[in-house]
Design a protein around this ligand. Structure first.
Ligand SMILES: [Zn+2]
Length: 71
């Protein structure tokens, strides 16, 4: 259908970030770098679930706060 490789990557990324609480893909993601690690925060507009990824791995909020506190 003429999709570029970038478009394919984007679609896969969205699937990975689908809300696993309500299944919505109406999400907001904020990516930041904390102590040289890429940390992203995702929140669901539909049910307000929130979760974090660090280096592509889903992590608990506490572990993110530990990184922030150590800087
Ligand atoms: Zn949700």
């Amino acid at each position: 259908m003429g999709l570029s490789p970038n478009a394919g990557d984007y679609q896969r990324d969205m699937d990975e970030h689908k809300c696993n609480a309500c299944g919505s893909n109406d999400l907001i993601t904020v990516t930041m770098t904390v102590d040289k690690q890429v940390v992203s925060f995702t929140a669901c507009h539909n049910c307000e679930a929130k979760w974090w990824f660090r280096d592509g791995q889903r992590v608990a909020l506490d572990s993110v706060l530990d990184i922030v506190a150590s800087t």
